[in-house]
Design a protein around this ligand. Structure first.
Ligand SMILES: NC(=O)c1ccc[n+]([C@@H]2O[C@H](COP(=O)([O-])OP(=O)(O)OC[C@H]3O[C@@H](n4cnc5c(N)ncnc54)[C@H](OP(=O)(O)O)[C@@H]3O)[C@@H](O)[C@H]2O)c1
Length: 331
């Protein structure tokens, strides 16, 4: 697959950011088609991003024989059905986070992709950011000694219809799947995907989903993480990684562009790593590299990594007895 033809499924906020990014990349294929539930929305999106084909149904997109890979940008509750639709019609998939609503759906999708010999990856863009490669090197070089604790907090306060949409149980809303996935995902990147224990609590709001959650992860050797995410309160995304010889401050940890090391001996320095475009370029390049290499799975964001985070989120929701209306046993 030398020339890669992308399709975009859904025309919301993040689909626009994705299209904007892809249109600035010269070596990552071309956007050939976009699909929306409405022809008007597909047409206007296609016009804005110079996309040759616009479809008024998602089904039409997956049936287009010229499309190689589809980026899914629909709400969480629909990722499973939309990814399945793509795979069953022979399309490779890059699917927005949270990958699915639960681990059973995620396992079913990755299994189906393997059976169909197709690539699928969660668009967990944070994991591809160069700043995290620099951070990993800093940790491995022993800048703060042995890791002991990770703390992360992130919240935002949408208003009006957006607030309701973000918390809507029918769309698998709530803080956990929307932004808690960043805190858990980064904790897993830094401390590991298999904590011994997860302890959690949440405030379930008027719409029946979590407006606030607090998650503690416990690893071997008493290494811990404490993660707080909320919808309804503006809390800057901020994290700190502690070690036996200092700590590292991660401002905007979900969209990391640099960090500050503060050692116990008083040494302090900042490492900058600005995005080339907006941060989405790295996950797009990884998808394209995998497709060109005929890989069915990214080694950076593996199926196991996605499944491990989904299982942790399942455990948290089971602590809160939070079940989404769309949940059921995958077919
Ligand atoms: N990576 C990131 O930085 C980032 C940031 C924000 C969101 N996200 C993720 O991206 C996904 C979409 O988020 P978003 O903020 O783009 O949402 P959004 O603005 O609400 O857009 C979602 C789109 O999904 C389609 N859709 C299909 N069925 C729908 C339904 N029943 N209700 C509403 N929309 C429906 C719609 O497109 P059509 O009308 O065209 O069919 C809609 O525009 C989520 O998984 C979210 O977690 C990622």
């Amino acid at each position: 697959m030398t020339q890669i033809h992308w399709g975009i499924l859904a025309t919301g906020t993040i689909a626009k950011k994705f299209a904007d990014t892809l249109s600035q990349l010269t070596d990552c294929g071309t956007m050939l088609a976009v699909a929306s539930r409405s022809s008007a929305s597909a047409n206007s999106f296609a016009a804005e991003y110079n996309i040759p084909k616009a479809y008024g149904t998602y089904q039409d997109l997956v049936c287009d024989p010229e499309i190689d890979v589809i980026y899914i940008a629909s709400p969480h509750s629909m990722h499973y059905a939309h990814a399945r639709l793509c795979l069953e019609n022979g399309k490779n998939v890059l699917c927005e986070k949270s990958f699915t609503v639960n681990a059973a759906q995620a396992a079913a999708l990755t299994q189906l992709a393997k059976e169909k010999n197709l690539f699928i990856m969660e668009a967990f863009w944070t994991k591809f950011l160069p700043a995290y490669q620099l951070l990993n090197k800093t940790i491995a070089d022993g800048a703060i000694g042995e890791l002991t604790h990770f703390r992360a907090q992130y919240g935002f306060a949408p208003i009006g219809a957006r607030y309701i949409r973000k918390l809507d149980p029918a769309l698998a809303g709530g803080a956990l799947l929307d932004i808690g996935v960043y805190a858990i995902g980064v904790a897993a990147m830094l401390l590991g995907y298999q904590p011994k224990q997860l302890y959690s609590s949440a405030i379930i709001g008027e719409y029946g989903t979590d407006t606030f959650n607090s998650i503690m992860l416990e690893y071997e050797n008493n290494v811990t993480a404490h993660l707080i995410t909320t919808i309804g309160s503006p809390i800057d995304a901020h994290a700190v990684l502690f070690g036996t010889a200092g700590h590292i401050i991660l401002p905007g940890f979900s969209a990391l562009q640099g960090f500050t090391v503060e050692k116990s001996d008083g040494t302090r320095y900042t490492v900058e790593s600005p995005f080339e475009i907006n941060g989405f370029e790295y996950q797009i390049r990884e998808t394209v590299a995998c497709l060109r290499a005929k890989k069915l799975e990214s080694t950076i964001m593996s199926h196991q990594d996605t499944l491990a985070v989904m299982r942790l989120m399942d455990k948290a929701r089971s602590d809160w007895r939070l079940v989404f209306p769309c949940e059921g046993t995958p077919a």
